[in-house]
Design a protein. Structure first.
Length: 108
């Protein structure tokens, strides 16, 4: 009977918990990692949260301020590094396609 009730209970995802707390999903994962927020693993992989625990945690939780992040300079080099880090697949794909086109049209 206990397992049946547990299966009917609606558990929240990381995204749902982040929305309720008003923070990013990474902040929620950091809270779980620091054991400030209780989470349950489903299938050993997926984190789930009980809605009442999230509401209870929200009452005592103050979201981290972004003042420290805003005051830090985000240099041009950091922007370029981030661009290549997040777009490396696309850049490499375009280069490979261009190389293939050069090889194909070089024969004509």
């Amino acid at each position: 009977m206990y397992l049946f009730n547990m299966a009917e209970e609606k558990l929240l995802t990381v995204r749902d918990a982040a929305f309720i707390l008003g923070v990013s999903e990474k902040v929620v994962l950091d809270l779980v990692e620091s054991t400030r927020l209780t989470a349950y693993r489903v299938g050993g992989v997926y984190l789930r949260f009980k809605p009442e625990q999230i509401q209870e945690f929200k009452k005592s939780f103050a979201p981290p301020s972004n003042k420290g992040i805003d005051s830090q300079k985000y240099s041009f080099k950091d922007k370029i590094d981030d661009f290549f880090y997040f777009n490396d697949f696309y850049i490499l794909s375009v280069l490979i396609i261009l190389l293939i086109l050069v090889i194909i049209f070089q024969e004509y």
